[in-house]
Design a protein around this ligand. Sequence first.
Ligand SMILES: [Zn+2]
Length: 222
Amino acid sequence: MTNDPHKKHEPPHTGPLTAESQATLSPSEALGWLVAGNDRFVREITLDRDHAAAVRATAVQQFPFAVVLGCMDSRVAPEIIFDAGIGDIFSVRVAGNYASPGALGSLEFATLVAGAKIILVLGHSGCGAVAGAVQGGAEGNLGKLLEHIAPAIDAVEDFTGNRDASNPIFTHAVARENVKMTIDQIMTESPAIAAAVREGRIGIAGAMHDVSSGAVNFFDRR
Ligand SMILES: [Zn+2]
């Protein structure tokens, strides 16, 4: 994924992909569509979409270009913040966007079976799950969930401010580290995805969504 995705997103598509257009799409182009879609969202120039037509076009088959592993947070809806439509994005969402076994299987289906070209692990500012992991002390199933995010806390090194949940700069750093570690985990625990990334058949990238602006900052492209 060496090409600049910003240069490869024209013209924007306004309807679902076909088998052919999905097959000929490169991982860099797919990432570029996410970049361009978020740019349109932030600039308030989202595309006009005929959702009813998209429903008809995808009634029998779907050919999404991306799969997003994101947080369940109500402000981080992938189809909206990436200005995408019905049939465009597989959306895997769980608090703290960690790669549970179910999420890993979903990512494998989305890319290796259904043909999506890019995996995006999407964290966000103001993440309650990350803040909860930093704070600690949660019980029950929520406590078990937050244990999956906890390793990202120690992974934030050289941080000089308060390392607690009251510091949004620290929780943001943990959320970003959680994204990077989740990508590493996907590459380790899914040999099939790792092979597809190495061979250039699919791409994987991380991103942080700023809930105060709607802007997505992309990083860790592979
Ligand atoms: Zn969250």
